[in-house]
Design a protein around this ligand. Structure first.
Ligand SMILES: [Zn+2]
Length: 168
C-alpha cells in the first residue's frame, strides 16, 4: 500500500477513510463539488498583485514584499503544510532574507481557496518564522477556514498524485 504522504501522523481510521475515497474513485468528485471555483491568477505579475492585496488588507505594517513568483521546482507540499512536519527554512519557498514568496505551480490550477490558503500561509511567515501558535493565529485571522482548507488541500494533493499528476 502506498503511504499517504500528506496524512503522515494522522489517525489510522482517518487514513483508511481517505484510502476508501480514492479506491471508490470519489475523492476527485467530492473535491470538485466542494471547490468548484478556479481563479484567474495565471502569471507572476497577477500573483504579486494578489499577494499584495491580501497583505494590504491584513498585514499592512509588515515589511514590504520582495519578489513573488510561481515556482515549478518547489516540492512544496510536504514542507509547506507545516502542522506535521519539522520546521525548515526553505519549506514553502519563503526566503526570509529577501522576503520573497514562491508558490508551487500546482496552485496555479488549483481551486481558488487553496491558492488563498497557501498565500496566507506564506504571508504569515513574514511575521512568524515557525509554525507555532502565533503563526496559526495569523493564518486564521487572514482566512477563518484556514485549518479546514489545509486539511482539504492535503486531500487535493493526494488526489492529484493518485491520478498521476505529481503535486509540484
Ligand atoms: Zn510554513
Amino acid at each position: 500500500m502506498q503511504p499517504l504522504v500528506y496524512f503522515t501522523g494522522y489517525p489510522q481510521d482517518l487514513q483508511a477513510r481517505v484510502r476508501a475515497l480514492i479506491e471508490q474513485g470519489r475523492l476527485g468528485t467530492m473535491l470538485a463539488d466542494k471547490y468548484p471555483q478556479a481563479h484567474a491568477v495565471r502569471n507572476d505579475g497577477q500573483l504579486y498583485d494578489y499577494v499584495q492585496a491580501l497583505k494590504e488588507r491584513h498585514l499592512r505594517r509588515s515589511l514590504p514584499l520582495g519578489k513573488v513568483a510561481y515556482d515549478s521546482t518547489l516540492q512544496v507540499m510536504k514542507h509547506a503544510l507545516g502542522t506535521h512536519t519539522a520546521i525548515s527554512r526553505v519549506h514553502g519557498g519563503r526566503l526570509k532574507a529577501s522576503r520573497e514568496i514562491r508558490i508551487a505551480t500546482v496552485f496555479r490550477d488549483a481551486p481558488a481557496e487553496f491558492l488563498k490558503m497557501i498565500v496566507v500561509h506564506e504571508l504569515a511567515h513574514l511575521k512568524e518564522a515557525e509554525h507555532n501558535k502565533a503563526f496559526y493565529a495569523l493564518c486564521t485571522h487572514m482566512e477563518p477556514d484556514y485549518h479546514q482548507l489545509e486539511f482539504d488541500l492535503r486531500l487535493y494533493l493526494t488526489h492529484q498524485e493518485s491520478v498521476g499528476t505529481p503535486a509540484r
